[in-house]
Design a protein around this ligand. Structure first.
Ligand code: GLN
Length: 493
């Protein structure tokens, strides 16, 4: 039999349904692969029993002639930001070591209800803060990709780097990610896979460890656009437990997939042509424009004049919300407790937080506390909120002349570990193309477009109107059908 781990979500689902193979065979194949892939450090916890239990349920249902659930037989990886009942959940932070949730996040529950099985919890940047996975307290994830002739470990992107590495290496056919300022799209771009961040509010945040609540959105990461559509259908939906959850039916995105863009207008925002952008990214962007035109779209130039303020506004708003959200980790309620000899309550808070949070998390808490402090609030936080409104308005205006926007996903291909970690600003610049749509709450997706001259994947981003995931997926499909991206990393681990 062909290697089952070469199959994506749709192929596994269909094969289990038709009886070409059993769900247990699929789960076994991925479990073996996960166990062998330790050098990638993509999984923090492996849960083969959970994957097998879901697989057995699928096989039993099929044998009984029952209608199979939408994801029956499909094993997936779960980013460690999602609380999973009875399974350690740390957000890759020392401060949550030992925390075993007594409840399940809505998104993960939705996936289990759809029949998916869990292969394990995926490593990530600590509290989802980062672009390279170097902020994980449990060692960084390594990308399965390498530069030719070099074994320098490359960043899988962040913060959903465990997810991107695992999918790209074939350890799971799909995984969950979360995206606050680009954490689904940038790691997808770095590893040659697809990932979509839906409209803010499509996926419930309940039970997902909070980073910046007004920005955080869950979404799928998988090998292709169809697989993303299938997973997102299972993940999304109204949830009364999340006050910002949208009361909207979940469209049948997979059924609505079409790579024809006849009658659609694709906007190309001139402000995304940033100084110092490598020529090959520029060239890929042009190729993307040509592909979408070939798919029937009309290409229009658009302007998003406040783009350059998006990154500074994000790096005020996100840390501000993080500083407030992370106040709950105090040594009393979850995970780590540092109680020095003779310590009082305040000392325990301080000791726990000093020992538990990593340097990047501390940096964000300090920035966030500063911009929210009396005297500075109006100068920074209020201003950033105003900028956020202007950025959202830029997009609203753009929608008067186009249906989706096309941009590169990131200003570079994957970098080597250590290459940017000493310079937070250089790291933050990686988010320049993904942050604006996050601030505006818009659906946005990255699909692989090609390889750079070193043979590393590059991604193209499609940004859509609120609730128009279908338009985003369809433009992504049109690119996928034309880019012919079949490159896979060589197995070295
Ligand atoms: N890289 C960005 C940050 O560090 C985005 C992170 C994310 O989307 N979770 O904040």
């Amino acid at each position: 039999m062909a290697d089952l781990t070469d199959l994506g979500v749709a192929a596994i689902r269909d094969g289990v349904r038709s009886g070409a193979f059993s769900a247990v065979e699929v789960a076994d194949a991925f479990i073996v692969k996960v166990a062998k892939a330790k050098p990638l450090n993509a999984f923090l916890v492996e849960t083969p029993d959970a994957a097998l239990a879901a697989a057995r349920a699928a096989d039993t249902a099929r044998a009984a002639g029952e209608t199979l659930k939408p994801l029956a037989g499909v094993p997936i990886g779960m980013k460690d930001l999602f609380c999973t009942k009875g399974v350690a959940t740390t957000a890759a932070s020392h401060i949550l070591e030992g925390f075993v949730p007594t409840y399940e996040s809505t998104v993960s529950q939705n996936l289990w209800d759809a029949g998916a099985g869990m292969l394990g919890k995926l490593n990530m940047d600590q509290f989802a803060m980062g672009s390279s996975n170097e902020t994980s307290a449990f060692g960084n994830v390594i990308s399965p990709w390498r530069r030719p002739g070099s074994d320098a470990p490359l960043a899988p992107g962040g913060s959903s780097g465990g997810s991107s590495s695992a999918v790209a290496a074939g350890l799971c056919p799909g995984a969950t990610g979360t995206d606050t300022g680009g954490s689904i799209r940038q790691p997808a771009a770095f590893t040659g896979i697809s990932g979509i961040k839906p409209t803010y509010g499509r996926c419930s945040r309940w039970g997902t460890i909070a980073f910046a609540s007004s920005l955080d959105q869950a979404g799928p990461m998988a090998r292709d656009v169809r697989d993303c559509a299938i997973l997102l259908e299972a993940m999304a939906g109204f949830d009364a437990k999340d006050a910002t959850s949208l009361r909207q039916d979940v469209p049948r995105w997979e059924a609505g997939l079409s790579g024809s863009l006849a009658g659609k207008r694709v906007g190309v925002p001139k402000e995304y042509r940033v100084d110092g952008m490598p020529e090959e990214i520029e060239a890929l962007w042009q190729a993307g424009i040509d592909w979408l035109r070939d798919a029937g779209a009309e290409i229009v130039d658009v302007s998003l004049p406040h783009t350059k303020y998006a990154l500074p506004a994000y790096y005020i708003i996100a840390p501000a919300e993080a500083s407030s959200n992370l106040a709950r980790y105090d040594g009393v309620r979850y995970g780590l407790r540092e109680l020095p000899e003779g310590a009082g309550l305040q000392d325990m808070y301080a000791a726990t937080r000093a020992a538990g949070f990593g340097p990047e998390v501390k940096r964000r808490i300090m920035i966030g506390t500063y911009v929210l402090s009396a005297g500075f609030y109006d100068a920074y936080y209020t201003q950033a909120q105003k900028v956020r409104t202007l950025i959202a308005r830029d997009f609203e205006r753009a929608w008067e002349s186009c249906d989706v926007l096309l941009t590169p996903t990131a200003p570079s291909a994957a970098f080597a570990l250590g290459e940017k970690s000493a310079d937070p600003i250089a790291m933050y610049l990686n988010d320049v193309f993904t942050v604006p749509s996050s601030l505006a709450g818009l659906p946005a997706m990255s699909v692989p477009g090609g390889l750079d001259k070193q043979g590393l994947p590059l991604g193209l981003q499609i940004i859509g109107k609120p609730l128009d995931e279908q338009g985003v997926l369809n433009a992504g499909l049109a690119i996928e059908q034309r880019a012919g991206f079949t490159a896979r990393p060589q197995t070295w681990w």
